[in-house]
Design a protein around this ligand. Structure first.
Ligand code: HEC
Ligand code: HEC
Ligand code: HEC
Ligand code: HEC
Ligand code: HEC
Ligand code: HEC
Ligand code: HEC
Ligand code: HEC
Ligand code: HEC
Ligand code: HEC
Ligand code: HEC
Length: 416
């Protein structure tokens, strides 16, 4: 007891600063070893004994790397009750051994290490535990806001790598962090501090992260509805009852899952105009025929000409998640339900009103004379307007150039 206290006292401030000094002059090891042998041949066990030297915040090794440890923060960290050599297993005295053993987190955290080993981040040199958990001496519980893996900090932690251009170049991976930050989830997390909004870990997991091409991954196409559905449960139920959900469950990978319509990282608020304006091409990327026939209708022309957000887009008539074929009596486009469906926007819609064909083929003049002429008129109007402004601009440019030349010649080329 008395001896340990003595060692501790001896190993305080002055020695630490002397270590620094020696180090810089290059005779550190011999000097310190001598000192230590003089004072204490005993073993170093307690944190305070190690911190007597390493607690000096200016301490550096021979290469100029900091070997300082902030004892106070370490004490507050999740490992604060461990002894330094619970991790630095072969450092038991000074001078330290020639070969300092690498710290093996897995000796205490076998599950996490096992998960990581089989993941996309398996390369332990490139992805040590500290690549996500930060400085090994300042690890906090994941529910502590100082933790690098606290929900609000996860995106930035992953984004340290997945937000850089290097990722794209070296690994062929898109830089997803900037997309995520501007998405509805990223905004909710960073601006509103909404802990339950999806962060990277909610969709990808933490240690056993797999590529989306791996059928075991929560981001593999057929698993995505369940992944999103862990929070958006009601929507997932609707989706599973719809034709798309049933098709995917039956193994038809051509049918859409959540991310085909919403994207994975750049998810927008669906009530926003930006999303509404995108919806037609989204559905249309798979339903090309319906897209082209819809394009010819009043609804679409109105939308594309004036940028009206109010006009009918695919899901206003079909629904978004529980989409059903026309033959299904529950489908909003089943004949029996059309008055209600169209009536959402056309007050007073009746059976004769809904005779109008939302997918009429306007290219066919005989079948749809009215539509054909509406389309013709719209096109003439559009082309006419564009042509007028084009000619106007060209004439204006010619005139400007003419004035310039004329001015030059009357100036007599003074500044030439
Ligand atoms: C007498 C001062 C002193 C004491 C006490 C001391 N160290 Fe060190 N330690 C140093 C110096 C100086 C270095 C720089 C390199 C060297 O000399 O080994 C160092 C280096 C280290 C390194 C870095 C090794 C490397 O090569 O990366 C670790 C880890 C370390 N010490 C841990 C500990 C632990 C754990 C304890 C307590 C069990 C401890 N030290 C006690 C002075 C001390
Ligand atoms: C939870 C395990 C753990 C504990 C406990 C721990 N360390 Fe470390 N320490 C590490 C890891 C990991 C590294 C990074 C180097 C490596 O991977 O071997 C490291 C590095 C160091 C270094 C080298 C400089 C640096 O920061 O890279 C020193 C010095 C050091 N530790 C001292 C201490 C001291 C003193 C204590 C006790 C107060 C302590 N460590 C407790 C895990 C730990
Ligand atoms: C790719 C990033 C990443 C790497 C690498 C990583 N972790 Fe984690 N770790 C996380 C995230 C994110 C969490 C938070 C998980 C959560 O919120 O459920 C976490 C949580 C933990 C937890 C708390 C587990 C729990 O459920 O309470 C431990 C322990 C842990 N990690 C240890 C390790 C160890 C040991 C290694 C190295 C073998 C490691 N981690 C490597 C991202 C990572
Ligand atoms: C000597 C055993 C030991 C070693 C080695 C060790 N840890 Fe721990 N770790 C623990 C203990 C004990 C806890 C506290 C567990 C608890 O309270 O549930 C812990 C907790 C954690 C947690 C926080 C879990 C949470 O609740 O969020 C993380 C993260 C973690 N360790 C990461 C690491 C990393 C990274 C390394 C390597 C640098 C490492 N550990 C090395 C014993 C160890
Ligand atoms: C230290 C840098 C680094 C950190 C931190 C990091 N990653 Fe990675 N990640 C990579 C690299 C590099 C790859 C490519 C691995 C390869 O292909 O060999 C990768 C691959 C991936 C992939 C697989 C991409 C694919 O489809 O092939 C996903 C998903 C991923 N990371 C998610 C995450 C998440 C989520 C986090 C945070 C919890 C995270 N990463 C933290 C560097 C990092
Ligand atoms: C809402 C769920 C969700 C969130 C949140 C999320 N991802 Fe993803 N991520 C996915 C899905 C699903 C895929 C599969 C590919 C796709 O659909 O685009 C994916 C793919 C990836 C890929 C592979 C990209 C490629 O080019 O192959 C990486 C890397 C990645 N995510 C990293 C991250 C990081 C880092 C974060 C946090 C900043 C994050 N993800 C947040 C769901 C998510
Ligand atoms: C960890 C839970 C969680 C997961 C997993 C999750 N989300 Fe979300 N999501 C939320 C929360 C919470 C909000 C509300 C954010 C707000 O209103 O500010 C939200 C908002 C949304 C919104 C905006 C509409 C609205 O109601 O605010 C869409 C669209 C969305 N998520 C789609 C998805 C998709 C697609 C996936 C899967 C790729 C997914 N989410 C995965 C929690 C989650
Ligand atoms: C076929 C395309 C498509 C698929 C597949 C899809 N969505 Fe949507 N989602 C939409 C459209 C369109 C809206 C806008 C609906 C509206 O404004 O009435 C929407 C709206 C939402 C909203 C906002 C709340 C609401 O009901 O308006 C959330 C959250 C959401 N979707 C999540 C999901 C999740 C989770 C999945 C997978 C289980 C999914 N979506 C699958 C197209 C789709
Ligand atoms: C990724 C491609 C894809 C996207 C995006 C997509 N669908 Fe589909 N859709 C399909 C496939 C494939 C089927 C056929 C499923 C089956 O019959 O098993 C289908 C079926 C349908 C049906 C039933 C058709 C029939 O003949 O029974 C309707 C209606 C429908 N989709 C509307 C929409 C709407 C509205 C959107 C946009 C909100 C949309 N789809 C987005 C691929 C897609
Ligand atoms: C104004 C309402 C309305 C709009 C907008 C609309 N549809 Fe339709 N859709 C219908 C009606 C009604 C039917 C059934 C009668 C028919 O085929 O003309 C139908 C039929 C379909 C079918 C075939 C369904 C079956 O069971 O045979 C698909 C697929 C489809 N629409 C996709 C789309 C896509 C994709 C868009 C957007 C580009 C879209 N619809 C826009 C009302 C609409
Ligand atoms: C989301 C709202 C919305 C839905 C649902 C909708 N429409 Fe429309 N529709 C509009 C708007 C907006 C206009 C242009 C303004 C106007 O004339 O009322 C329009 C114009 C029309 C027109 C040409 C102008 C007119 O009033 O005669 C017809 C015909 C029409 N819609 C038929 C339908 C039919 C049939 C359905 C159901 C299958 C339907 N619409 C569903 C919003 C909608």
């Amino acid at each position: 007891m008395g001896k340990a206290a003595g060692v501790r006292r001896i190993l305080q401030e002055p020695l630490a600063s002397r270590a620094k000094m020696f180090m810089r002059s290059g005779i550190l090891v011999a000097g310190l070893a001598g000192l230590l042998l003089m004072f204490a041949a005993g073993r170093l066990n307690a944190q305070s004994e190690c911190l007597a030297c390493h607690g000096d915040q200016t301490m550096q090794d021979a290469n100029g790397h900091s070997i300082a440890v902030d004892g106070k923060t370490f004490g507050e960290s999740i490992h604060g009750s461990l002894q330094c050599n619970d991790c630095h297993t072969n450092i038991k005295e000074y001078p330290h051994p020639e070969q300092v053993a690498k710290v093996e987190c897995k000796s205490c955290h076998a599950d996490e290490a096992k998960g990581l080993a089989g993941s996309v981040h398996a390369d332990s040199a490139e992805h040590p535990c500290t690549s996500c958990h930060g400085n090994a001496h300042t690890i906090f519980p994941k529910a502590d806001s100082r933790s690098a893996v606290y929900p609000l900090n996860v995106p930035k932690t992953c984004g340290n790598c997945h937000g850089t251009e290097g990722m794209a170049k070296k690994h062929g991976l898109a830089s997803v962090y900037p997309l995520y930050v501007d998405s509805i989830h990223g905004f909710a997390l960073s601006n509103e501090g909404l802990l339950v909004a999806a962060n990277c870990q909610s969709c990808h997991g933490s240690h056993h992260i797999l590529s989306h091409t791996n059928p075991e991954s929560p981001t593999y196409k057929t698993n995505i509805p369940k992944t999103c559905g862990s929070c958006h449960a009601k929507i997932n139920d609707d989706y599973e009852m719809g034709i798309h959900g049933k098709a995917v469950a039956a193994g038809n990978l051509k049918a859409p899952v959540c991310t085909d319509c919403h994207t994975a990282h750049a998810i927008l608020q669906p009530t926003e105009a930006a999303f509404r304006m995108q919806s037609t091409p989204i559905c249309g990327s798979c339903h090309k025929d319906q897209l082209s026939t819809y394009r010819d209708t009043f609804h679409s022309q109105l939308g594309s000409l004036g940028g009206y957000v109010e006009t009918a887009r695919c899901w206003d008539c079909h629904g978004a998640h529980q989409i059903l074929p026309a033959s299904d009596p529950h489908s909003p486009i089943n004949k029996a339900n059309l008055v209600t469906t169209c009536g959402k926007c056309h007050a007073g819609a009746n059976l004769s009103f809904v005779q109008y064909q939302p997918h009429a083929n306007a290219h066919d003049r005989k079948l749809n004379p009215a539509l054909y002429f509406v389309r013709l008129f719209m096109n003439v109007l559009l082309i006419g307007t564009l042509a007028f402004f084009l000619i106007h601009t060209i004439l204006w440019l010619i005139r400007a150039r003419y004035n310039q030349i004329k001015k030059k010649s009357t100036d007599g080329g003074k500044d030439a």
